[in-house]
Design a protein around this ligand. Structure first.
Ligand code: ZN
Length: 339
């Protein structure tokens, strides 16, 4: 005992010292806190679908690679209580799109969070979020802190819309490990640990991820994407499927900057990062794409009518919620949690 005690103490000191160092080097996000929530583990049946996904095989059961991917993912997580229902793609110089998983009897194209859903980790009427702090920062030079701040700001922007006083969007914390169920299923890291009832900022990922998951051309043609999983039920009987969780990914392929007044057509190729996150969070808060895409007769640039944050493509920096964005949001959240 007398001999081992100092050794144990020395070991503890060594371990603690290592911990302190690790904490110091990774704790760059001053305002962040580590997550303290219960995770739900999603068991994956690799035989069914994930093997095909991980091996990069595309069997082309469907004409659409996104639908093909969704079919495989849902086969892989069958019986786990959640279904990948919707993939909302934000396009780069092309209109993005929304793909629904419709390989089942009751086709539903509307999904929403359920206030006080007993399945949702005790979040009550709040729709909280968490952030993957292992995949922040961009190749274009934005720091981890800058991208983290943009994510937090985006949540505050939506929460601050005056019609939605009943909605709280609290910050659960940073993950401290690589999160993202779709990422995990596709063999790009991530995790099978999810938090139901919450929006996950699952990371800024390389173009490869988008090319693999969303199909040929998506590595350069997709700016961001939101995946919506439902419980496959409508327990509140509002005609909308019950959202279980949503995952947001941003494609690192672009020249993202902190540029709120950016205009895509000014020729510098800059995209305002926070606008992109704000758009994706809109999906996380059940807002659909809005507006019709067209090209102008001059340069042939992509435009939308009406111009809105929830257009399926990026044209300008837009960090305020107004016009059709506000109307759409308020029609859903104005009566929350009593809808
Ligand atoms: Zn979108």
């Amino acid at each position: 005992m007398k001999l081992t005690k100092p050794i144990v103490l020395a070991l503890m000191l060594a371990v603690c010292f290592a911990c302190e160092n690790k904490e110091l080097t990774t704790n760059e996000l001053q305002s962040s806190k580590r997550i303290e929530q219960k995770f739900i583990k999603i068991d994956v049946n690799f035989e069914e679908g994930a093997n095909a996904l991980r091996n990069g095989k595309t069997k082309n059961n469907n004409d659409d690679p996104v639908l093909d991917m969704m079919t495989k993912i849902n086969a892989a997580i069958a019986g786990q209580g959640i279904i990948l229902e919707k993939v909302e793609i934000l396009g780069a110089d092309e209109a993005g799109r929304t793909v629904f998983f419709d390989n089942r009897g009751s086709k539903q194209t509307n999904f929403d969070w359920v206030p006080n859903d007993p399945r949702n980790n005790g979040f009550g009427a709040a729709v909280p979020y968490w952030i993957d702090d292992t995949q922040l920062g961009t190749s274009s030079g934005m720091t981890q802190q800058a991208t983290f701040d943009a994510m937090v700001n985006s949540m505050h922007t939506w929460e601050a819309v005056s019609c939605s006083d009943g909605l709280e969007i609290p910050f659960l914390g940073t993950s401290g490990f690589d999160i993202g169920l779709v990422q995990y299923l596709e063999g790009f890291g991530g995790s099978d640990l999810v938090i139901v009832g919450a929006i996950a900022h699952a990371g800024i990922l390389p173009p490869d991820f988008f090319e693999t998951v969303l199909g040929p051309g998506a590595g350069t043609g997709t700016i961001g994407v939101t995946f919506t999983f439902s419980y496959g039920t409508d327990i509140d009987g509002n005609g909308k499927g019950d959202t279980a969780l949503s995952e947001i990914y941003i494609n690192d392929n672009f020249n993202f900057q902190d540029a709120p007044n950016d205009d895509l057509f000014d020729g510098n190729g800059v995209i305002d990062f926070e606008t992109i996150v704000l758009h994706e969070v809109g999906h996380g808060l059940s807002q659909a794409h809005f507006g019709t895409a067209f090209r102008d007769g001059g340069q042939g640039n992509l435009h939308f009518s009406p111009a809105a944050l929830m257009n399926a493509g990026y044209t300008v920096g837009r960090r305020d919620i107004s016009g059709t964005d506000e109307a759409g949001y308020c029609s859903n959240w104005g009566t929350w949690p009593n809808n």
